[in-house]
Design a protein around this ligand. Sequence first.
Ligand SMILES: [Zn+2]
Ligand SMILES: [Zn+2]
Length: 97
Amino acid sequence: MMYYNFCPTCGSPINQEQKPGQRLICGECGMVIGEVVASPKNVIDPTAKWVESGAAAPCPICQQVVEVKNSGGKRSFVPHFQKGTRRMCQNSGKPVG
Ligand SMILES: [Zn+2]
Ligand SMILES: [Zn+2]
């Protein structure tokens, strides 16, 4: 959770409950402080769902979750780049597992 400790405008401490998605307004100066953001830990990773359904799988070479193509009962990794590069991963088009 990303909390605010002080008002950036007047420096007053935030003496109020902070919930995700809440727009904080300073009780002292009345300025909008910002929105409370839920920590990434609480955000559901969509790739976890894809892996579960078989639509994606973790690539053992580049360690990324890669989309899986299913043709004729054979599952293979779609062509993909290595993490942070424009280089094709060697597992592109290779069978899964
Ligand atoms: Zn303030
Ligand atoms: Zn890969």
